[in-house]
Design a protein around this ligand. Structure first.
Ligand code: 13P
Ligand code: SF4
Length: 319
């Protein structure tokens, strides 16, 4: 514990010395989330992380999350230095959508408006008309559908089919998935609901359709935390990465949170619903990158220029 406290103090000092700000996602270690908040940084969902990073005057941002979040920050602020605790922290959605294959898919369907999820590489975003996050994807597709546009959607098939059902839009889906959310199980969730009839069910839309179908609220990480805080219920079943429970418990003290069942879930399984790449962010490697200025994110400037259009469209829409 003393070692941890010393590391946290060192990080706080280095953030000041380096005039850097910490931007963290809700799935990373709770200590990093708390540090981000305490030091004037931010802890939030992908949309807010992007906006905060773009608007903050600091010349150095340290992004505690996964690679696409660091890349988005760099694309939006090419003049800033973006560091990450571990550059190998990727995402199964990003890995499952290689830019060359995706580009061929787009070429085969030139009549469609290309909408990609934030969880993609800079090169995939460069090929897109729009980038969206889970908090705003539905609204943007509804807007495009109202204009009569047909959509090519990538990479998350569950989020895509959820949006398709909600909006009625014509959507051609890439078949990617998140390895964490794909593991939530509808039948087991139904049984758990029966055990806790008073509980409300909060689901991230990267989950399979039979899990989403049981939700009281479907939304981004920020939207789920807000629901936990504001809904008139004391027990919640949560189908998303369990890193979110740190903030949920802090935001809604006295309320009770139960993890939704996954394939390997049991009372003793602590890491079933936790992203292995988010877990690569820790106090030690955060302190190290601040000390050494290592692990800087680079995006090819030309690719960045092409990718920024799709991201700016989303941010303008959200404004
Ligand atoms: P949010 O935008 O909802 O924070 O989601 C990001 C993500 O990676 C979910 O797995
Ligand atoms: Fe990607 Fe899933 Fe990890 Fe989010 S939780 S970063 S979608 S693998």
């Amino acid at each position: 514990a003393a070692e941890k406290t010393a590391l946290k103090e060192r990080i706080k000092r280095l953030l000041k010395e380096r005039e850097a700000v910490l931007v963290a996602h809700y799935y990373v270690d709770g200590d990093l989330q708390d540090l981000a908040e305490e030091t004037g940084g931010c802890v939030s969902d992908s949309l807010e992380m992007a906006r905060f990073g773009r608007d903050h005057p600091a010349k150095t941002l340290v992004v505690a999350g996964v690679r696409f979040m660091g890349e988005t920050a760099k694309i939006l602020s090419p003049e800033k230095r973006i560091l990450m605790p571990d550059l190998d922290a990727t995402c199964s959605l990003d890995l499952g959508c290689p830019a060359d294959e995706f580009s061929a898919f787009c070429d085969a369907h030139p009549d469609r408006t290309v909408v990609v999820y934030a969880n993609t590489s800079a090169a995939v975003k460069a090929r897109a008309d729009w980038m969206v996050t889970s908090s705003i994807g539905l609204d943007i597709v509804a807007h495009l559908h109202a204009q009569g546009k047909k959509i090519l959607w990538a990479p998350d098939k569950h989020l895509g089919s959820y949006i398709q059902k909600q909006t009625g839009a014509d959507m051609l889906l890439w078949q990617g998935s998140c390895l964490v959310h794909d593991e939530f199980k509808g039948i087991e969730l139904d049984l758990l609901k029966a055990e806790h009839p008073e509980a409300r069910v909060l689901v991230h839309p990267e989950s399979p359709a039979n899990v989403v179908a049981l939700a009281d609220v479907v939304g981004s990480t920020t939207q789920l935390i807000n629901a936990a805080q504001t809904m008139d219920a004391t027990t919640f079943i949560v189908a998303t990465d369990n890193g979110i429970l740190h903030k949920m418990r802090a935001a809604a003290p006295g309320k009770h949170f139960i993890e939704a069942p996954t394939a390997g879930n049991s009372a003793t399984c602590k890491s079933c619903a936790h992203c292995p790449w988010m877990a690569m962010n820790g106090l030690q490697n955060l302190a190290d990158v601040l000390e050494n200025g290592s692990n800087e994110i680079h995006v090819d400037p030309q690719v960045g220029k092409e990718a920024v259009r799709a991201i700016d469209r989303m941010l303008d829409f959200a404004a």
